[in-house]
Design a protein around this ligand. Structure first.
Ligand code: 3PG
Length: 218
């Protein structure tokens, strides 16, 4: 049986925790060519990874989200690098079912709440965790995870921020993902290694499926 057939049914309306709990790794994806979106999404799903963070860093990102949302129903397209309310709105219009931001502002938090879009806001300090928590966000992206303190930082936060869960992203790789995932306050990690630029450029979808299957088994 293909791995994709073993994925459990998702609720129509996702929560941040649904997004984080689905697989050990959320791929952080940069697409420069709309034609790559659908085969890439299918390759990740075939490997058992369906929560896909397509970053709003390229002119075609929104169109890629739209294509995935329409043509790969077994995947869940999300938008990454959401920095403004307008970007959150555009992502939702394109069919994104969750959003990830590199930092936190009340405006982005409120916009996502108004849109019903689950958001994983980025934090790197205690004050940022407190601001996001105050706004009702307790499932957070720790970004940039390695540069901002790595697993030791998460261990330190587990005391005062005992009710907060993290998705460390930034400098997470196949070599250190398991260390992050072993921490009680880490639900999943994010990383760009599942979708290498050269695999996209050459249409090497098998490699992407292999990397996804490896990540799904962490
Ligand atoms: C990003 O936003 O670029 C992510 O944090 C990915 O970081 P990585 O390339 O170190 O996985």
């Amino acid at each position: 049986m293909a791995l994709s057939q073993t994925l459990k049914a998702l609720p129509a309306k996702l929560t941040s925790l649904d997004v984080m709990q689905d697989a050990p790794v959320i791929p952080v994806i940069v697409l420069n060519d709309v034609a790559h979106a659908v085969p890439m999404a299918r390759a990740l799903v075939a490997g058992g990874i369906r929560m896909l963070e397509v970053t709003l860093r390229t002119p075609v990102a929104l169109e890629c989200i739209e294509r995935i949302a329409k043509e790969v129903p077994e995947a869940v397209a999300g938008a990454g690098t959401v920095r403004t309310p307008a970007e959150a709105q555009a992502a939702a219009r394109a069919g994104a079912r969750f959003a990830v931001s590199p930092g936190f502002t009340n405006a982005v938090g409120q916009a996502c709440r108004d849109l019903g879009l689950p958001l994983l806001p980025g934090v790197a300090t205690g004050s940022e965790i407190m601001m996001a928590s105050e706004a009702g966000y307790r499932e957070l992206k720790f970004f940039p995870a390695m540069q901002a303190g790595g697993p030791a930082m998460l261990k330190a936060w587990s005391g005062p921020f005992f009710d907060v869960k993290f998705c460390p992203t930034g400098g997470v790789s196949v070599n250190n993902a398991k260390e992050f995932l072993s921490l009680p306050n880490v639900v999943c990690v994010g990383g760009s290694w599942l979708v290498p630029g050269d695999a996209l450029a050459t249409g090497d979808w098998e490699s992407i499926t292999r990397l996804a299957a490896q990540a799904a088994s962490f």
